[in-house]
Design a protein around this ligand. Structure first.
Ligand SMILES: *[C@@H]1O[C@H](CO)[C@@H](O)[C@H](O)[C@H]1NC(C)=O
Ligand SMILES: *[C@@H]1O[C@H](CO)[C@@H](O)[C@H](O)[C@H]1NC(C)=O
Length: 394
């Protein structure tokens, strides 16, 4: 509690004034289809198939019934495959920190637009704020979402495949070959972007994207120069991340036209009110943003949920860079509705022994729910992160 207050006071005291830059000047972006090869193992899970709304509810009840088997791992599956990942690289012209790349992984319920709301961009878009601050940023659709490949929901689209993809994207970016090894789908023809070669890479995640980011730090910690995990925190309420609260339906039955390319095992929140429960807290969102969140909603796979446990709670001894956690004060999933007093800094430090004491920060964004980029006062929250990065040399 004391550390939280200190963090709040320090952060509030150090917010810098935003730089005023016209939106159009900042957009120097290129859209890419990146081929990403993975060679890893996933898990065969014991779970019912989902081919209808009735199956989706049955899957939820199976997952949450206390007498269902606790150990659902049936064995390993070898996966050696190349996936097409849809992404966007933006490098701000004259950006003061454009050699630092933020690599952002979104969570459940969205695609990369989570980072770049198309309405009231100046008030909500994280991409816009990052570019205004002078950083470069790469956002991408997680495997199974948006315009990326949508392979098997049971055996392929699992958390550790997502970790491998993030790692490969990191390597590609660091080698300066992200653009040259991809198919260009649109955007600027500026050669500076084509040969972009960052000197540092900061990993940013939201929710499941933070779980994936932390999974990468655990497996390949030396390959990151810093990490911002948003919409996630190790709390004593993690058991409340309960699939029963999401209101899932079978994606293709929920919207046969929109989700016609999602097969068996792809599930989506059924109603706009389900989206509100998971992402927004009354008093800290505009109704138009709830409408927008609902409009851009994306399905996820059943096995992504099951496999979260393979990435959670692992120590990241080789990660020796700054790490900040940012979570909405009233995050419903990860804090059971109120994050205050739900976490233990010592426990979190124990998972990241290589992070210097002064470079580990936990910040609760006041009044806000789980969907930080869709909540009012979002940009003031971003400033807390930019200040942290600045303070730690990033
Ligand atoms: C190309 O992009 C870089 C980085 O965004 C910028 O600094 C440069 O001015 C651009 N060049 C042209 C010709 O637009
Ligand atoms: C907005 O966010 C900033 C940064 O977290 C915080 O200091 C401020 O108190 C917030 N304002 C409100 C009204 O919650």
């Amino acid at each position: 509690m004391a550390s939280l207050l200190v963090a709040l006071v320090l952060a509030a005291a150090s917010i810098k004034k935003g730089k005023a830059s016209p939106t159009s000047d900042l957009r120097s972006c290129i859209q890419l289809e990146v081929p990403v090869s993975v060679d890893t193992t996933t898990t065969k899970w014991l779970q019912p198939r989902v081919d209808s709304n009735i199956d989706a509810v049955d899957w939820v009840t199976y997952m949450t019934t206390w007498t269902s088997p606790a150990d659902r791992m049936l064995g390993d599956i070898t996966v050696k495959q190349t996936f097409k990942i849809n992404g966007q690289l933006c490098v701000p012209p004259k950006g003061a920190k454009s050699d630092i790349l933020q690599l952002a992984t979104h969570g459940v319920g969205f695609d990369k637009r989570y980072w770049d709301a198309e309405i009231k961009r100046k008030d909500y878009s994280y991409v816009e704020a990052v570019l205004a601050e002078g950083y470069s940023i790469f956002t991408y659709d997680r495997l199974g979402t948006g315009a990326s490949d949508k392979p098997d929901a049971y055996d392929i689209v699992q958390t550790n495949i997502q970790v491998e993809i993030l790692r490969q994207l990191t390597s590609l970016a660091r080698s300066g070959k992200l653009v040259s090894s991809s198919k260009k789908l649109g955007g600027t023809s500026n050669n500076t972007l084509r040969n972009y070669n960052p000197s540092k890479i900061v990993h940013v995640g939201h929710s499941l994207g933070s779980v994936i980011t932390l999974g990468m730090l655990a497996a390949y910690g030396a390959e990151s120069d810093g990490a911002i995990a948003t919409g996630f925190l190790y709390t004593d309420k993690l058991a409340n991340v309960n699939v029963g609260t999401w209101g899932f339906e079978f994606a293709r039955e929920n919207d046969p036209l929109r989700f016609r390319d999602r097969g068996s095992g792809y599930i989506v929140q059924a109603t706009k009110s389900n989206t509100q429960v998971s992402f927004l807290k009354k008093g800290s969102f505009e109704p138009a943003l709830l409408d927008y969140a609902w409009k851009i909603r994306q399905p996820n796979t059943v096995s992504e949920f099951l496999s979260i446990q393979t990435a959670l709670g692992q120590a990241a001894p080789n990660f020796k860079a700054p790490l900040q956690f940012v979570i909405g004060e009233f995050d419903y999933g990860f804090c059971a509705g109120d994050c205050k007093g739900t976490y233990d800094l010592t426990v979190i430090k124990g998972l990241f022994p290589g992070v210097p004491e002064a470079d580990l920060d936990i910040y609760l964004q006041p009044g806000t729910g789980h969907g930080l980029t869709l909540s009012t006062n979002a940009t003031a929250g971003y400033k807390v992160t930019f200040d942290f990065l600045d303070r730690t040399g990033l």
